[in-house]
Design a binder for this molecule. Structure first.
Ligand SMILES: [Zn+2]
Length: 129
């Protein structure tokens, strides 16, 4: 997902480098090392090995270059206190954001359906969550 730096504090680049450095330059969930080529088992997700340690790929067919990014634990981009920030690899970051993306997509779909029904002159009965 593209990053809109206008939503972040002015010192975000410096701050995110600090968070990644404080994490030992590794993902804080799966410990994948930043900027290294790794392979992961196809379906399990978290176990990984350095690509150089896997011969022909075998059970680890997906080659990935780890790029750490910084995640807001409470999803509030205005809360950039160090305690609210965590360094994550792409996979862990996507997994944490998945629930939020699903919730946003569900809300957008319900709004679309509501508008569609309104245009057709029908009442909309969407159950509140
Ligand atoms: Zn990770």
């Amino acid at each position: 997902m593209p990053c809109n730096y206008k939503e972040y504090p002015e010192n975000w680049k410096w701050l995110s480098k600090q968070i990644i450095s404080d994490a030992g330059n590794r993902c804080e969930l799966c410990y994948a090392p930043n900027h290294e080529l790794i392979v992961r088992k196809k379906d399990s997700g978290y176990p990984w090995q350095l690509a150089e340690n896997v011969g022909d790929g075998g059970d680890y067919p997906k080659l990935t270059k780890v790029i750490l990014t910084v995640h807001h634990i409470d999803s509030d981009k205005n809360n950039s206190k160090k305690q609210n920030l965590i360094a994550l690899c792409q996979r862990c970051h996507l997994r944490l954001d998945l629930q939020k993306h699903m919730k946003n997509r569900r809300a957008a779909r319900q709004e679309r359906n509501k508008n569609e029904l309104s245009r057709n002159g029908m009442r909309c009965w969407i159950r509140p969550k």
